[in-house]
Design a protein around this ligand. Structure first.
Ligand code: F6P
Length: 585
């Protein structure tokens, strides 16, 4: 139960998933289905996507987008975000530029990913705390533009990087129309001081509210309920981000270039049909989840292989496993047919940065295939027919699975026995208004639906697999990395939740674990947050160690020994809590 009503909704625990850590695979998927339903049906008194103010803002933003698109040579539409929000900013810009290119119109979409393109695959969370850097990048990107439609995506209404950009927009309302996209009511925006800055996120939101009243800016913040895994905004919030951006821009493109009218609401309703189609396959998804969980539990790996937008969904899903579950960068990896050429990211080929930046099939063949074992699982993602498995992989003892999204009617998917598990997502029954969509837009639309269907499926698989590995306690990710201010405070909150100690004491336990000491010096206590975070980003098991030390009132060394003996974190926590109760009886 949430006792603290001042807590942002995106940081609350979802009662629907309170015991997700002890559920069987099929029940995990059903729980995710119920949590996702809140995106469409709303949460408690909140109307979700269909809220009147949200619908009205969507229409107004669509009109601004049409104006910008009609002056594409001199204007720009920018999406910006951190972590998964930045990755979704990237793929949205990529999608709509591709349509403009097809029409022979200047590509006027840009994305800003906090931490640059390397953050597309590896988390670079410290940058999220820098509002001045955010503003500087936005300024550089927009300087020569007469009109800018800016989308700042921060699911929790909390990222300082985005606050800095919104602030910059608000100072230049003659050229900028800022849109804040997130999933908390405005008054629950983060109201904490930001290092080296003079405003809080909430103060920026309040100025944006004033701008909204004059039609100069917008807050797009439907409440879609807490995440199934507390704070894991890659899940529902990421989904809602993707579908809201598309539901505004597809109609804007239709109006600008096809001269047809497309309903924003119709799009949203169709997304609900996609959600229904995906979860109608929940037994198959559960079987895949089980296979993935078994791999991770045995120390094996999970690999996604796909092409185009579906392959990119794999890259995005994989990228978030490390900060969310303390996974190594090798545990879950995505590979994309055509590598960087297909990705078409701003900074081009990043493979020289290290092995985790190798994303092509060739990289998969060179780096991974020679070492594949029966503990690994390779998931091939494709449209309409199963991916043809390369011979080199076929002969390997690893598990092989496929996700096939059916978008073409009548193209039956033949069963291929090589796969240990198969999920078929049938989108052929999703009703598209053919009067409003020309053939090309229809295909593009269905491709976007396919991406979302794959996102839902992969989120379920990777979340469930980490649950099976024991990385979740109740519905809390207990091995997150405290690698930025938000995550540092979230970590303190987790320690407090289970230990019932005072916040300051919990913070001390976190510092003990970060600095490997039982005696937190004044120097450590007064160090800048950025120093704590630097350590938090690279050190393994900081939060579990701190939590265990707090629960057992033991030294950091003792906590580490206990963790080494029992790698399933939820079991360690359970054992120590049981021990604690025993002691008080
Ligand atoms: O700080 C890391 C992170 O929590 C990622 O997991 C997430 O994708 C990102 O922040 C974005 O958060 P928000 O959209 O709320 O700014």
């Amino acid at each position: 139960m949430d006792l603290n009503t001042d807590q942002p909704i995106t940081e609350r625990t979802n009662p629907l998933s309170a015991n997700i850590d002890i559920l069987a695979p099929l029940d995990i998927v059903s729980t995710l289905q119920a949590c996702d339903e809140e995106i469409f049906n709303g949460w408690r008194d909140f109307q979700g996507l269909f809220d009147e103010r949200i619908q009205s803002n969507l229409s107004k933003i669509m009109e601004v987008a049409v104006d910008v698109l009609n002056d594409a040579d001199r204007s720009v539409i920018i999406f910006s975000g951190c972590g998964t929000s930045g990755r979704l900013a990237f793929i949205t810009a990529r999608t709509f530029n591709s349509h403009l290119r097809h029409l022979g119109i200047t590509e006027c979409y840009q994305y800003i990913m906090a931490g640059g393109d390397r953050a597309l695959f590896t988390s670079q969370e410290a940058v999220e705390d820098d509002p001045l850097l955010g503003a500087k990048i936005l300024k550089q990107l927009s300087e020569d533009k007469v009109r800018v439609l800016y989308f700042g995506i921060t699911c929790g209404l909390s990222a300082p990087f985005i606050a800095g950009q919104l602030d910059y927009c608000l100072k230049h309302l003659d050229r900028f129309t800022p849109v804040l996209l997130g999933f908390n009511p405005a008054h629950l925006a983060r109201n904490m001081p930001i290092e080296k800055w003079d405003k809080t996120f909430l103060q920026v939101v309040q100025r944006l509210e004033e701008a909204e009243a004059k039609g100069q800016g917008f807050i797009l913040n439907p409440v879609v309920g807490p995440e199934p895994i507390t704070g894991s905004s890659r899940m529902k919030s990421g989904t809602a981000t993707k579908l809201l951006l598309e539901a505004v821009l597809m109609p804007a493109h239709a109006k600008s270039f096809m001269h047809t009218k497309l309903g924003i609401k119709d799009y949203l309703v169709q997304y609900k049909q996609v959600w229904e189609s995906v979860y109608s396959q929940k037994s198959d998804i559960a079987a895949l989840l089980h296979l993935a969980g078994s791999s991770l539990k045995q120390g094996g790996h999970l690999y996604y292989i796909g092409s185009g937008g579906l392959g990119i969904m794999g890259l995005i899903d994989a990228s978030e496993c490390s900060p969310t579950y303390g996974a190594t960068l090798d545990d879950v990896r995505g590979f994309l047919e055509g590598g960087y050429q297909t990705l078409a990211n701003l900074e081009g080929d990043l493979s020289s940065l290290g092995k985790h930046f190798g994303i092509s099939l060739q990289d998969f063949m060179d780096q991974i295939v020679p070492n594949l074992t029966d503990r690994d699982l390779v998931i091939f993602i494709s449209k309409d027919r199963p991916y043809s498995i390369p011979k080199e992989v076929e002969v390997k003892p690893c598990n092989k699975a496929c996700i096939v999204v059916n978008i073409t009617k009548g193209d039956s998917v033949q069963s291929v026995s090589t796969f240990n598990s198969k999920v078929t997502l049938d989108l052929t029954e999703v009703v598209l208004d053919s009067a409003a969509l020309d053939a090309d837009l229809r295909l593009r639309t269905i491709d976007l639906y396919a991406e979302l269907a794959v996102k839902w499926t992969l989120n379920a698989v990777s979340t469930g697999a980490h649950i099976m590995k024991g990385k979740v306690f109740n519905n809390i990710m207990i091995d997150l990395k405290p690698s930025n201010v938000k995550l540092f405070h979230r970590a303190v909150g987790i320690i407090q939740r289970y230990s019932n100690l005072a916040v300051e004491v919990c913070q001390d336990y976190l510092l003990r674990s970060l600095y490997d000491t039982d005696d937190v010096s004044q120097e450590i206590r007064s160090a800048a947050m950025v120093d704590h975070i630097k350590i938090g980003a690279s050190k393994p098991k900081v939060v579990p160690t701190a939590l265990l030390a707090a629960l057992l009132r033991c030294t950091i060394r003792e906590a580490k020994v206990a963790l080494d003996q029992q790698p399933v974190l939820r079991q360690v926590i359970l054992d120590s809590m049981a021990g604690q109760q025993g002691n008080t009886q």
